[in-house]
Design a protein around this ligand. Structure first.
Ligand SMILES: C[S@@+](CC[C@H](N)C(=O)[O-])C[C@H]1O[C@@H](n2cnc3c(N)ncnc32)[C@H](O)[C@@H]1O
Length: 308
């Protein structure tokens, strides 16, 4: 039998304190097959109490005021609909930096940190840490802001088609006080895009594009399918629409020897590498993520020094 949501009205004699409420909530979520149930319970309760998560551990016996319990219940009910906890909190972390997230943007994923780290590593080792970077598909601005923050001498141009996402990204950029990141509202498929840049001026093209195929989209968990922007997740086609376009664009805008760094999805490595090769890029490689899945496609514009 399941326990009802806790209310002080149902049991006025019961005063909820932090630890029992955490345990109750973790159990409640676990029974309903939510993953990371204890972590979810801690994040929601810390948010309701305006505490850092670890602050809960110093206040296990703290009684909740009625309004705190009411707010916590609201947050929990949102989570029960499968709304991702990051949207409920309005914030997440990427590369150790805080980012605002709303339903207009994809929630940054840990795999994408590999993409940023790999781009930074190559830009530094090839002497381009102060170069120009084109990032495609801004979302929350996580990639552009992290690149701008960790490569303060670089200049990042970030393209996004969604005006609502760009507003979030601009706030995130401001929050981190960066003057070396510019956001442009552009459709990456626009035929005029190549002409907008002054030839082959970029040292790197970096992107985490929508790479889920239309067919796979319907199999995604409800947290993604029902809450994250569809525009950010699926290309509405075979999953390779953006990969083809960005690999082609990269050959036109990268300086000779410049690098393309693309996040790709499960099972896409071989076909994505072929697309990059057929687009004219050289030194093609695919790196695995921590789960052993081919995740980062790299390729280099012809005519430069051998890629490092
Ligand atoms: C997978 S999300 C990546 C967001 C963020 N950079 C990240 O790593 O979390 C892809 C982004 O591409 C944007 N996008 C979709 N179609 C686009 C297009 N035609 N031109 C430019 N951006 C597009 C989406 O709105 C979304 O923000």
């Amino acid at each position: 039998m399941t326990t009802p949501l806790p209310t002080n009205e149902d049991a006025p004699e019961r005063k909820w304190t932090v630890l029992p409420l955490l345990e109750w909530t973790a159990h409640y979520l676990r029974e309903r097959s939510f993953e990371e149930s204890r972590l979810n319970a801690e994040l929601l309760l810390a948010h309701a109490l305006r505490l850092p998560r670890l602050g809960l551990y110093l206040q296990f016996d703290r009684p909740l005021a009625a309004r705190e319990l009411a707010l916590f219940k609201k947050l929990l009910l949102r989570r029960m609909t499968h709304e991702p906890v990051q949207y409920i909190l309005g914030e997440t972390e990427f590369m150790g930096l805080p980012f605002e997230v709303t339903s207009a943007v994809l929630i940054p994923r840990p795999e994408t940190e590999n993409l940023v780290e790999e781009s930074i590593r190559w830009l530094k080792s090839s002497g381009s840490a102060g170069g120009r970077i084109l990032e495609i598909g801004t979302g929350s601005g996580n990639i552009a802001v992290a690149l701008g923050k960790f490569l303060p001498g670089a200049h990042v141009t970030s393209l996004e088609t969604s005006g609502d996402a760009l507003e979030v990204a601009r706030r995130n950029c401001e929050r981190h006080g960066l003057g070396n990141v510019e956001f442009l509202r552009r459709d990456v498929f626009s035929a005029e895009l190549e002409g907008e840049f002054d030839g082959r001026v970029f040292d790197a093209v970096v992107s985490n594009p929508p790479y889920v195929s239309e067919a796979e989209f319907n199999l995604l968990e409800p947290e993604v399918r029902e809450f994250e922007p569809r525009l950010a997740t699926t290309d509405g086609a075979d999953g390779f629409r953006f990969i083809r376009r960005i690999a082609g664009l990269a050959t036109g805008v990268l300086r000779p020897g410049g690098g393309m760094f693309l996040e790709i999805g499960y099972g896409q490595a071989e076909a994505a590498a072929r697309i990059a090769r057929e687009s004219g890029l050289t030194g093609i490689g695919v790196q695995n993520d921590f789960g052993g899945i081919g995740r980062i496609l790299t390729g280099f514009a012809a005519g430069g020094f051998p890629p490092s």
